[in-house]
Ligand binder design. Structure first.
Ligand code: TXA
Ligand code: MG
Length: 337
């Protein structure tokens, strides 16, 4: 495939010719990466099996990991599902467009490749003007896994998408960096209480304020309900070593040990007390809030990789609000599988 074309939407989110080209490309079975408020997604017509196959190929994604169908409205969501529970509808009305993906009963029209043969389908309305315009104009469902090579940190800018997928996809819609920086929360509303399958941009606290109690799954149930979660995720090339929040002593100890072993070490800190520890250019300070940490963490993991570090020392954040999703990603990034 020739070099991937980048279409700019960076100034005022308007580019009518570019938008027409993107929608035509999707209609003819092409692959178009698109911005959302969470991360960039890799789009293809959800009802076109060949196009969806190309998404799996481009990402190197295992076929047992189902895709989210993105739509512009609840009305179009009903093309893909037979049933959304009352709690699901309540959440959709409250939080869509937004960083929430609902797992609901699928309609037979949804190809098996999209759902990895589960009897459910994941649906979301993303909150981004460019992508909402694209979805409205396309007038259907667009699959959208994160637009990265499987296993890598998700892309929060068009440059990240280009780095991973140049010459593997047709078009990237570039609308600048994403605002939330972590993927949507995936919630299974086919059961009561609903089950959180992936923590993400919408916090459990916010969901529970709306519909009451939710459940976390144990590992076995998670594998059954969301088989793709067993694969390695969010991992940079370098080894990730997690340090407790504010644990200055361990941070310094680890830094010295790793450097002593001859490693090139990168670091990411959060607490004020740790920010002065590593005065190298491989040190990123993501201090002001957990939201800012979330927004920048995937970018910084990628940048440290680009400096060629062998390991990254990463300070943890508190596990509430979006901090829970941050720690989920960092936990997976640190796993050696
Ligand atoms: O924020 C996001 O969700 C981004 C943007 C582009 O919308 N998309 C995204 O897609 O993160 P992806 O494919 O990287 O992650 C989708 C997650 C996976 O954990 C997958 O296993 C789960 O959703 N999933 C999809 N369909 C499912 C289903 N029917 N049942 C259970 N889990 C499902
Ligand atoms: Mg992903």
């Amino acid at each position: 495939m020739p070099a991937t074309r980048i279409i700019q939407f960076t100034s005022d989110h308007k580019n009518p010719d570019g938008m027409n080209d993107a929608v035509s490309m999707l209609r003819s079975g092409g692959l178009v990466a698109f911005p959302t408020e969470t991360v960039y997604g890799l789009g293809a017509d959800a009802l076109n099996v060949e196009a969806v196959q190309k998404v799996f190929q481009a990402k190197g994604r295992p076929s047992d990991n189902p895709l989210i169908v993105h739509v512009a409205s609840l009305e179009i969501a009903w093309h893909f599902t037979t049933e959304i529970s009352d709690k699901g509808l309540q959440l959709a009305k409250r939080f869509w467009p937004g960083p929430l993906t609902l797992v609901v009963k699928r309609k037979a029209i949804v190809p098996d490749i999209v759902t990895a043969r589960l009897d459910t389908v994941a649906i979301r309305i993303p909150n981004h003007p460019v992508t909402l315009e694209m979805l409205k104009s396309f007038d259907g469902g667009i699959v959208g896994p994160s637009a990265n090579i499987s296993g890598h940190p998700s892309p929060t800018s068009a440059e990240h998408v280009f780095h991973d997928l140049n010459e593997k996809i047709d078009i990237i819609l570039d609308a600048g960096p994403t605002t939330i920086g972590l993927e949507s929360t995936v919630l299974d509303v086919t059961v009561n209480p609903p089950v959180i399958l992936r923590r993400g941009g919408l916090s459990r606290e916010d969901i529970e304020k709306e519909i009451g109690e939710t459940r976390r799954t144990n590992a076995q149930e998670l594998l059954r309900r969301s088989p793709g979660t067993r694969h390695r995720h969010y991992a940079p090339m370098a080894r990730v070593v997690l340090i407790q929040k504010n644990d200055r002593e361990t941070f310094i100890q680890q830094l010295n040990t790793l450097k002593g072993e001859g490693n090139k070490v990168g670091s990411i800190t959060y607490s004020k007390d740790l920010n002065d520890i590593d005065a190298t250019k491989f040190h990123f300070i993501l201090s002001s809030s957990v939201e800012r940490y979330a927004q920048n963490i995937f970018r910084v993991l990628r940048e440290l990789d680009s400096f060629g570090v062998d390991c990254m020392l990463v300070e943890s954040v508190e596990e509430h609000g979006i901090g829970a999703a941050v720690m989920d990603r960092l936990g997976k990034a640190a796993q050696k599988i």
